[in-house]
Ligand binder design. Structure first.
Ligand code: HSE
Length: 440
């Protein structure tokens, strides 16, 4: 049995969890798997942060170069996040023929193709189970257990912060700002919540999952991104009455016309499994042509859940390394490059809520604005009149193009009786998600 030496760069929430998990389970790993994992070096900004997770003495360094240049280290675990110096760490690790394990979604969402190519050229692996949906082992499922399938759809609740906010707005009828402030107080949301609430974090994860599932280049910049700041308690309540739940979904589909990749608030039937995923939990719904519908549920963040995914990746490398064998090199990043379908090429049904003056003649021009844009309406609902003489009118459209909806939205906003176009939310046709599954 060879000892497998690991160097961890970044000993914060996730890195600290990885160190604590490996140190606390070390003897069990030896007993159960015959694998001796040793944390040879741990890199943090200061010694006390490292000591808090069990990294002391010579094992501690505050210079990442000492980790990647250590000839005994087999696996470099990068858990500092961000693009720099993470990029330089990968480059140096690959140049030294070391494998890299990471949870860095922002970096991989943009540069997975180049970095996986560097790993391949160096004959090593770049593993990132923890980068998409934290503790949920969906990357391994896509890359291994389900690899006999052609993947059709990957749709998920990929951000715990926004799911926590939307869940509380739904169950307690509270407004966005109020729940956000509470989430920040309780540590569910960052002081600057923009990466979460504006959809960037979910877009990175959508890009990673789409690239892996469809074997094509999808970067974070290819993913349409709209966050949850404009969702109101009123929209959530009306949606509920209509049989829908609003979730921030990352949706990637592999269609005959190209790949769709988008993150936006989405109305899905309240009976769908994703609608039942509440609080800060994540879930990834994966449809393969052979397996049909599958759903993976679990914690998308947090010290130990994310560490669980990182340590799983370390073991995938440690199994051959402990026998004195080299793991296989990273596979070719993408088999082909499929066209990306931009959001304005797509069609959807829409939920549109207008705040209008509740008076004679207001409604007719609003209906005309939809028909002038070529949009067919399937339902109209007028809500209670407010004390200031305004009321909300909710329209549900039949399927319409994004371009037509943009045109209608502009025309509606210009009408005299319309105080504001308060909300436009996409209603997902989930029957499209399973198109292409083999019949049994
Ligand atoms: N901030 C993320 C979330 C976790 O709220 O799910 C890390 O990607």
């Amino acid at each position: 049995m060879h000892t497998v030496n690991v160097g961890i760069i970044g000993l914060g929430t996730v890195g600290g969890g990885v160190a604590r998990l490996i140190l606390s389970h070390h003897d069990d790993y030896v007993k159960s798997y015959g694998i001796d994992l040793s944390i040879k070096r741990g890199c943090a900004l200061n010694a006390s942060a490292a000591a808090a997770c069990g990294i002391t003495g010579d094992a501690f360094t505050n210079d990442w170069h000492e980790v990647v240049s250590d000839p005994d280290i087999d696996v470099v675990v990068e858990l500092i996040g961000g693009e720099h110096p993470a990029t330089e760490i990968y480059e140096a690790a690959f140049a030294a023929h070391k494998h890299v394990v990471t949870a860095n979604k922002a970096l991989l969402g943009r540069h997975v193709e180049r970095l996986a190519g560097l790993a391949r050229a160096a004959g090593v692996q770049l593993r990132c189970e923890a980068a998409a949906a934290g503790g949920i082992p969906v990357v391994n499922a896509i890359e291994h257990s389900l690899m006999g399938n052609r993947f059709l759809t990957v749709a998920g609740i990929l951000n715990g912060t926004t799911n926590y906010i939307l869940s509380r707005m739904t169950t307690e009828g509270l407004g966005y700002e109020e729940v956000l402030a509470d989430a920040q107080r309780l540590g569910y949301a960052e002081a600057d919540p923009s990466a979460d609430v504006d959809g960037f974090d979910a877009a990175s994860k959508t890009a990673i999952l789409a690239s892996m599932s469809f074997h094509t280049r999808v970067t974070t910049d290819d993913v349409y991104q709209q966050g949850i700041r404009n969702i109101t308690a009123e929209d959530i309540a009306v949606s509920k009455d209509l049989g829908y739940t609003i979730k921030l979904l990352g949706i990637a589909r592999n269609t005959s016309e190209g790949v769709e990749a988008r993150v936006h608030p989405t109305m899905i039937p309240s009976t769908h499994q994703l609608a039942a995923v509440s609080g800060a939990m994540n879930a990834v719904y994966v449809v393969g042509d052979a397996v049909g519908e599958t759903m993976f549920y679990g914690a998308g963040a947090g010290s130990f859940p994310t560490a669980s995914a990182v340590v799983g990746d370390i073991f995938a490398l440690a199994e051959p390394l402990s026998r004195g064998e080299q793991p296989l090199a990273e596979v070719e990043p993408f088999g082909h490059v499929l066209p990306i379908r931009r959001i304005d090429e797509l069609t959807n049904s829409f939920y549109v809520r207008l705040r209008v003056n509740d008076e004679v003649g207001t409604l007719a021009p609003t209906v005309a604005a939809f028909s002038d844009a070529g949009i067919s309406i399937s339902q109209i609902n007028q809500l209670e009149t407010e004390t200031d003489g305004a009321c909300s009118v909710v329209f549900i459209t039949h399927e319409a193009s994004e371009a037509a909806m943009t045109k209608a939205e502009k025309a509606l906003a210009d009408l005299d009786g319309v105080r504001e176009v308060a909300s436009v939310i996409r209603i997902e046709d989930i029957s499209k998600w399973t198109k292409g599954v083999f019949a049994n």
